[in-house]
Design a protein around this ligand. Structure first.
Ligand code: ZN
Length: 665
């Protein structure tokens, strides 16, 4: 997914491009194009924030004309929006809702649903009524950082009036949805004049409008630029650039302990992503951190991603208590389903800025939002003092069903959500398949391999690390990287291995023997030893799966070094199962056989092994009771299931994945 991480150090410019625009030929097409232009700039909209609309005169099936409001679907990201991302609503019926004195969320959702002209369209944005009451054809709405910075400063309303004079109608903060639309309808009809090009919503964002897509979009850019210019004129735009990282803690185990307590508070495993660059370091070392950071989010809808305030330091229990107090004070006896009281942002002089999420993706969204919040707070401080909305306004949005619905639409997190797996030998064969099986089940994965290709696959929930597993120093670094990226290690899949060339014992050199021991046994011992203390802290208990071999129960001629090393590895796993049961860690072994889509099976080795059994290569591949081919995916799925709840009571097991083998059965 393409995301632009601009930090807005250059002036905001219109991104309108005639050639690009020409690809969009009709009214809704133009709406799609300029919506995407807004989406390209993260300082305007982020993660489903902001919305746009267009009003179109259409003809229905009977040839009668009707006015339709195409409004962005709720939670859709503007950067990727297409025509299907806009929900067509009956304009008049939507507009008339603003005439009502009151409207519950449920009634509003019902009224919008029955006035939707395409049953397959997404639920419309909660700002649909507000878009409908504005008389203009195109309407754009953003949560622009520069504007929010100004409104969230001491004397914000006066500053906004100074910047925009009569060009915008200023609306005090009102919770989004029906009430905001109602207030806007009143103030807009009272205050708007011929020169009005937009609306300024305090602590929330800007609206702009126009008769064509370009005008509406470029008015938004102009309005935001004026806020940026105001910050520059008041020396609140440029922030000092720290050049050194002053974070002190380098031992990742302390972070794993913190993740353990955060996960306990959340009631589920959580990913903790650490950000330790110079800017984050400077922020957490601010003298006024305790007051500045505890005021609240830049705009209320951030609360569902970041919670109202970050945890300062590492006392998760105190944060939990604070959250419960906040809940009881603001719920005032209403029957609300309490959300988990775990922090989503942690500010620590030891670690830097940590963002937490039920998945690596959600921790990343919290980071995208909080890194901008830091910038907003720092600029507002320079301007005159950062001021967030009172806690009750934030609470109202946090527990607003329509906001929670955005999270619910993402679905229940999968079985390994919030968990972290380390897989060795992950660039090919069983290792690569295991990475996929674990990610499909929601785990964040750290994938190690000696093949440099491993580094190319890195994404939000996957880190590929080039690593020779026999190099203890590199292994240690890889483990530390896993902890800084995700906060812990819950699952370890020991797959890296070598298959030395076929050699009779009478010819077997000590060097070949030792190399098999080094890669197939000793490297795994190192990794078990290094990760044990992290596995102990796994919120669901640690799990280790070791890739053994059919050669353990049924060795083959000419494979002494391999068979003996895998037997030693299996025995190591069994002892680990005994020693670590008390720590809640399960250790199991799978014994695959004849999996030929793996890194160790070159054509030469395949031919040699087939010959040693007196078989052709094809016969050798299906030489099992089911006469079936066993693939890496087959093994990987067993590996993943062994880590899941189905095998929660199983440790020390050895499970063949071999199509059935007479010598093993
Ligand atoms: Zn908004």
């Amino acid at each position: 997914m393409c995301r632009i991480q601009s930090d807005r150090t250059v002036p905001m410019l219109s991104l309108w491009d005639e050639v690009e625009a020409a690809q969009f030929t009709d009214i809704l097409g133009h709406r799609v194009y300029t919506s995407r232009l807004l989406g390209r700039e993260p300082s305007l909209v982020l993660h489903g924030g902001g919305n746009t609309s267009v009003k179109v005169r259409e003809t229905d099936l009977w040839g009668d004309g009707r006015d339709v409001l195409y409004i962005k679907g709720s939670g859709r990201d503007l950067i990727h929006i297409d025509r299907e991302g806009f929900t067509p609503l009956r304009l008049e019926a939507t507009r008339r809702l603003a005439v009502l004195d009151a409207l519950t969320d449920l009634d509003m959702a019902n009224a919008l649903a029955i006035n939707t002209l395409n049953p397959k369209a997404p639920p419309p944005s909660v700002e649909a009524i507000l878009h409908a009451i504005l008389p203009h054809k195109y309407v754009d709405h953003t949560h622009a950082d520069a504007f929010i910075t100004v409104t969230n400063t001491e004397g914000g309303v006066d500053r906004v009036r100074e910047i925009y004079r009569n060009d915008v109608v200023v609306i005090p903060y009102v919770m989004p949805g029906f009430r905001l639309a109602k207030v806007c309808a009143g103030l807009f009809s009272r205050d708007a004049g011929p020169e009005t090009v937009g609306i300024a919503l305090m602590n929330h964002g800007l609206f702009s409008f126009g008769d064509d897509a370009r005008t509406s979009y470029e008015r938004m850019i102009e309005l935001v630029t004026r806020a940026e210019d105001y910050l520059k004129a008041h020396e609140a735009w440029d922030l000092p650039k720290p050049d050194r990282i002053a974070i002190t803690v380098t031992n990742p185990i302390q972070l794993a302990h913190l993740r353990h307590t955060v996960s306990r508070a959340a009631g589920r495993p959580m990913i903790l992503a650490t950000h330790r660059g110079p800017s984050e370091s400077a922020f957490v070392l601010r003298d006024d951190l305790a007051t500045l950071s505890q005021q609240g989010p830049a705009t209320p809808d951030h609360v569902i991603r970041t919670k109202r305030v970050p945890l300062l330091g590492s006392d998760v229990d105190a944060y939990r208590e604070g959250y419960l107090d906040y809940f009881h004070e603001n719920a005032r006896g209403l029957a609300l389903a309490k959300l988990d009281p775990a922090p989503r942002v942690i500010l620590s002089r030891d670690f830097g800025v940590i963002t937490c999420g039920e998945t690596a993706g959600r921790a990343d969204v919290a980071w995208d939002i909080y890194r901008r919040t830091i910038q907003i707070m720092e600029r507002a401080e320079r301007l005159g003092g950062y001021r967030a909305l009172p806690a009750r306004d934030i609470f109202e949005v946090e527990y607003w069903d329509l906001e929670q619905d955005k999270l619910r639409r993402q679905g229940e997190p999968p079985v390994f959500a919030g968990e972290v797996a380390v897989v060795t030998g992950a660039a090919s064969g069983i290792g690569r398949a295991a990475v996929q099986s674990l990610r499909r089940r929601g785990a964040a994965v750290v994938a190690l391999d000696i093949d440099p290709a491993i580094e190319s696959g890195t994404s939000t929930d996957l880190i590929g690390i080039l690593c020779d597993v026999t190099d203890e120093g590199r292994l240690q670094e890889a483990v530390a990287r896993a902890i800084w990226a995700f906060g812990g290690i819950d699952i370890l899949v020991l797959n890296a291995g070598i298959f030395p060339p076929t050699q009779a014992i009478s010819d077997l050199s000590l060097e070949t023997w030792r190399r098999a021991q080094r890669v197939n046994v000793e490297a795994n011992l190192s990794l078990l030893r290094m990760t044990h203390r992290y596995l102990c802290l796994g919120p669901h208990g640690g799990r280790v799966v070791i890739i053994g071999s059919k050669n353990v129960p049924a060795p083959g001629r000419g494979a002494a070094a391999y068979s003996a090393s895998k037997a030693a590895l299996t025995q190591l796993a069994r002892v680990a199962a005994l020693e670590w049961a008390g720590d809640g860690i399960r250790v199991n072994v799978v014994h695959p056989n004849a999996v030929f889509d793996t890194g160790i099976w070159t054509e030469g080795i395949l031919a040699e092994r087939a010959a040693s059994y007196g078989l052709t290569v094809e016969e050798y591949k299906r030489n099992n009771l089911f006469h079936t081919e066993v693939t890496s995916d087959n093994v990987a799925e067993v590996v993943a299931e062994l880590c899941g709840p189905l095998f929660a009571k199983t440790t020390g097991a050895q499970i063949p994945v071999d199509g059935g083998n007479e010598r093993v059965v």
